[in-house]
Design a protein around this ligand. Structure first.
Ligand code: ZN
Length: 146
């Protein structure tokens, strides 16, 4: 049960590379869909594990956008070259937390049907507390920062 699962992904052109490792068994990964308009427009589906690790490496940092919206407390990392939305990053108490758009993973990173979540109306502090509890807690950024 302690096996580590590793999932790799990237944006379409390869400028953004992602490596996610988790001890959550493959069959138990629960993907989430956020119903906000940004996530809906990208058709994003998220996975995370607070005890998991994520490495985000960018080849050309000039060709990524860290789009902000809503409470402006997260950067939604979009590749400017190919337009793929890869990952959301939120710096909370100087530590970066991440939630991964599983659409960028190569191969199926989940088997369970995604659950819908509506975070509208959540206060900023609540939002940051939820992210620090649920989002990926060990995040390495290579060649860029937020
Ligand atoms: Zn790209």
């Amino acid at each position: 049960m302690d096996a580590t699962n590793r999932y790799s992904g990237s944006c379409h052109c390869g400028n953004i590379q992602l490596e996610f490792t988790t001890k959550i068994p493959h069959s138990e990964i629960q993907p989430r869909i956020c119903t906000c308009s940004f996530c809906s427009k990208h058709n994003a589906v998220y996975i995370s594990d607070p005890k998991g690790d994520l490495a985000v490496s960018v080849e050309n940092p000039l060709e990524i956008s860290a789009y902000q919206h809503g409470t402006n407390t997260a950067g939604f990392i979009v590749c400017k070259q190919c337009g793929v939305f890869a990952v959301a990053l939120s710096k909370i108490n100087r530590k970066v937390h991440a939630v991964l758009n599983v659409r960028t993973m190569d191969g199926a990173a989940f088997v369970n049907a995604p659950q819908l979540f509506d975070y509208d109306g959540e206060a900023k502090e609540e939002r940051l507390t939820r992210r620090s509890r649920n989002w990926i807690g060990q995040v390495t950024l290579e060649n860029f920062e937020i």
